[in-house]
Design a protein around this ligand. Structure first.
Ligand SMILES: [Zn+2]
Length: 318
């Protein structure tokens, strides 16, 4: 067993072990359009139309517009995002001391792990990474979740577990360890809660590991890629390949849990760009168990997992 463990009980839906987490830019307009299932923006408008590109005009463009007598293009307005409302009440009671409550999260600290003051000081950050996860995935948490920090994992090397049916997350760290990495793992585990929110508990429980762990890692892109010093999942897969990690999906865990999760996140990124979110959601929901490859790739996307893996490798390496 690697540093991942699955137990055949409904509660234990995710484990993650990060050792080698090692940067991220916001998704491009292309990625956002692809995720929303919209047509990709054109690289340039037809020459005869003489319109301005939809993106922010540069200062040089504005100067040229003034000199040429064109009406100056308006600068695009920033998007005002709505902040999710506080969810009243409390999350489930966990072991240890309740050290902080944010708008949607309750934070508990057990013995011999991070200190209560450390977690209290980080509480707003956990809420922010939840919001970033929701923005990335387009799904909002509908119930409070409790996050508890403990010293001893259920299996060696495990760093986090999402108990989605119980609205809980457990994280396993020793005193003095890197709190930044713990925040990234918390974001991944909250990603599993968002998966359960979007697809339903039953579908998540029988989701193909490639999609289940790949998606939770993809949801945590903003932090995870930061720690890999990669600007995209495509780049991350290239980095891994350059380091000698084979671009394989069903046997990815042979290269270690972190590498497997990152290869799967890259595959998820490719599928959502190439086939769109409607198809991806149907694919996720078609899983017949945790075994890698259990989803109905042929039926939903019209291609076998092997064929899709070939496409993904060509995308990564082209
Ligand atoms: Zn996970």
């Amino acid at each position: 067993m690697l540093r991942i463990a699955y137990r055949p009980i409904a509660l234990l839906l995710c484990t993650v072990a990060l050792v080698g987490l090692i940067a991220v830019r916001p998704l491009s307009t292309y990625a956002e359009a692809a995720r929303a299932g919209r047509a990709l923006p054109r690289a340039s408008a037809p020459a005869a139309l003489r319109v301005w590109p939809a993106s922010h005009p540069s200062r040089a463009q504005l100067r040229r517009a003034e000199t040429a007598g064109f009406p100056a293009p308006a600068r695009a307005a920033p998007v005002v995002k709505q902040v999710p409302a506080r969810i009243e009440g409390a999350g489930p009671r966990m072991r240890g001391e309740l050290v902080a409550q944010t708008e949607r999260l309750d934070l508990y600290v057990g013995k011999s792990t991070f200190s209560p003051n450390q977690i209290k000081a980080l509480s707003a950050k956990f809420e922010r990474v939840l919001r970033a996860a929701e923005d990335q995935f387009g799904t909002t948490l509908k119930h409070r979740v409790s996050i508890g920090f403990y010293r001893t994992p259920p299996k060696k090397g495990v760093r986090g577990m999402a108990y989605t049916s119980e609205a809980r997350v457990e994280l396993y760290y020793r005193p003095g360890e890197d709190t930044g990495r713990a925040v990234t793992i918390a974001m991944h585990e909250l990603g599993h809660h968002l998966e359960a929110q979007r697809y339903g508990e039953a579908a998540q429980r029988r989701a193909d590991t490639i999609l289940h762990e790949g998606l939770a890692t993809w949801i945590a892109s903003i932090r995870w890629l930061d720690q890999c010093d990669a600007s995209s999942w495509r780049e991350r897969a290239r980095q891994l390949r350059g380091a000698g990690i084979p671009l394989r999906l069903t046997t990815a865990e042979r290269s270690g849990a972190d590498n497997a999760y990152e290869l799967w996140a890259s595959f998820v990124d490719y599928l959502t760009r190439q086939y769109g979110w409607k198809k991806f959601d149907a694919l996720y929901a078609s899983g017949r168990g945790r075994a890698p490859g259990s989803a109905s790739y042929q039926k939903v996307l019209g291609k076998s997992l092997d064929e899709l893996a070939d496409e993904w490798r060509a995308w990564v390496t082209q």
